[in-house]
Design a protein around this ligand. Structure first.
Ligand code: FES
Length: 143
């Protein structure tokens, strides 16, 4: 990660992650407890379910300077509120198309994981961070 920072002139992307309390938040915790490395520039917002994440929250994160945003919820079929993650998946897909049109394509992602997937959480957030680093700062920065 240090080499990447140098490669991108010290650019450290701000990435906001909305994590479901029941699964991905626990996966992030597990990654930390297991001392798995994942980017320190991730800011996690714990939500009761990804179905609770209004698209306006995502847009607000971009407006406030996030270079990337992710939503991480329970595995499909395992949402504690039955279909919250499926609603979230559909919203994210629609929003991705809209973000593409305004120059923010590729900066939003959704992950599905269980509480036992600390390793996958670390890998997914590292991949997303590297992708955002290649894209550079959000075009909304400084506006
Ligand atoms: Fe985890 Fe719904 S409870 S996504």
């Amino acid at each position: 990660m240090e080499e990447k920072k140098k490669e991108w002139n010290g650019f450290e992307p701000k990435i906001v992650g909305f994590c479901c309390n029941w699964c991905s938040y626990a996966a992030a915790d597990l990654a930390g407890i297991s001392r798995l490395k994942y980017p320190p520039n991730i800011r996690i917002i714990r939500v009761p379910c990804t179905g609770k994440v209004d698209p306006l929250y995502i847009l607000k994160a971009f407006e406030l300077g996030a270079d990337g945003v992710f939503i991480a919820g329970c595995m499909e079929g395992e949402c504690h509120y039955l279909t919250g993650n499926l609603y979230a998946r559909d919203r994210v897909e629609r929003l991705k198309r809209d973000l593409e049109k305004v120059g923010l394509g590729g900066r939003l992602e959704m992950f599905f994981m269980s509480a036992a997937m600390g390793k996958e959480f670390a890998a997914a957030t590292t991949d997303l961070t590297e992708r955002i680093m290649k894209m550079g700062p959000s075009p909304l920065k400084g506006k």
